[in-house]
Design a protein around this ligand. Sequence first.
Ligand code: ADP
Length: 581
Amino acid sequence: MASTYKKLRLSAIVLSIMVGTVAVAGLAMRHSAHQALLEDSRLSEQRLNLYGNNLTTLIERYRALPAVLALDPDLIDALGAPIASERQLALNLKLEKINGAAQSSTLELLDRDGLAVAASNWRTEYSYVGHNYAFRPYFQQTLTQGSGRFYAVGVTSGIPGYFLSSAVVDEHGRFLGAIVVKLEFPQLERQWRQDRDILLVSDARGVIFLASDPRWRYRLLRPLDGGARAALASTRQYDRQPLAPLGLQPLQKLAANSQLARIDAAEYLWESMPLPAEGWTLHLLRPWQDDPARQRNAALGAASAWLCLVFGVLYGYQRLRLARVRRQHQRELEYLVDARTRELRTAQQGLVHAARLAALGQMAATLAHELNQPLTTQRMQLASLRLLLDQGRFDEARAALGPFEHMVQRMNALTQHLKTFARKSPQGVREHLDLAHVVEQAVQLLAGRLKQEHVTCTLALARPAPVSGDPIRLEQVLINLLRNALDAMAASTVRQLRVTLVGDAGYWRLQVCDSGGGIAEQHLARLFDPFFTTKPAGEGLGLGLAISAQIAQEHGGRLEADNQGAGACFTLTLPIAEEAP
Ligand code: ADP
């Protein structure tokens, strides 16, 4: 269950990292494309400004021409009255000459009804002379406002151009006619064609009338409504051109005059610039294609940065988690050690108590045995003493009191031990003691058994052997060791007990060695374990050595066992006490 959850969580993390990487890479690509667009758009705008300036300068140069010609007295005069044919020829020649000098396309003179009375192209088959242009807006503008301007396809020549006109008036300011200059831009378009970019000029209605690529000419940026179509028809501005829509599809607006647009499956960065004086708009279209290498680099860069970030965060998180787990383990461990220590102490105290009770029981049995024998003897001696006294044999009676006294003394010594043992012994009792004395007392306590079991006991004790400790507990250790030795030798024919006490490097080494056959190799390691015993049930509790070792430790020493010669040797090591207080 938990592992499924973990797997799920891992998959979720991996998935979100992957999704994040893809998203970041995508965003970076988009951002980089947008930046590139903006960059290109800035460049286009600069170029567009340049083209715009050129175009306005060109138009500006010719704007003055009709205004100046309108002041020509010759022309004013000619329009004042009907024109004779010689006069017309002279006018035609004059206009032809000026047109050549000014390098304009055509010059024409219209009378007050819009009829062309003279034109620079009078020699050509498209001669304007004799045609009426009153329907053209520039004529209407000139009539009402004194000057006019209009871009249109020539109805006579079929060649498009920009018509600039000025009113010709008499000395009273009366309208006599108009002088019109026509500009054509084929050279400009040719010049534009050199450029990789596409240049267009559209009028106020969105009709493209100038284009570096002829395929774009007379196309519509936006649809025309009925009114506009009617107006175009009446002025014959684009004459018979079909005016098909361009099919412009805006993709992304970059700025007020800048956008990304699609036309016929190709994308263009489209920059526009209004030419307010003419009511036109100049457009610069740059074929747009994002650089795949740059996009890839942007995506790779962003993805690597993102992955670095993600792995950094994961690493930090993992470290934090590890530290937290470690802290928790530490706390748990400390708690566990605490609990175990408490348990151990309780168990040890319980063991000490149990062992003491067991020892007490054994001691009671020993005591009963020890006391019983002298008491029986004493009863018999008392009877014979009474007899001696009755017979008046006082000297013999006194002599008989000797061993009696000796026996009482022995019994006194025994009960003395019992008193010491029964005395309450709180932990941590520290008295200045002679270890040799403690040994002797323990041996004396078992004297009965030693004698009964025919054990040869040798003591070689350094004395005094000062130690600081609890006399009862230390005696308990010795009694344990001695009793174990006696038990071990119960089946031996040779029964030798040897107790030695020597001082060595700040420690007393007390050895209790027997000839009881020693300890089996496999038992050596477990001797000091509580409840380890090889004795039959009811005889051994297996606590003696465990408690003895514990007591040795409490006194800053230790208890060890090994085999030496014919039996086992137990060594109690205790620190030598500094000096008597
Ligand atoms: P108990 O005497 O109740 O068995 P102890 O802890 O005093 O408990 O002793 C544990 C065991 O160590 C004994 O059962 C015995 O096998 C072994 N042992 C102790 N002293 C001797 C010894 N002097 N010689 C051989 N074996 C011994």
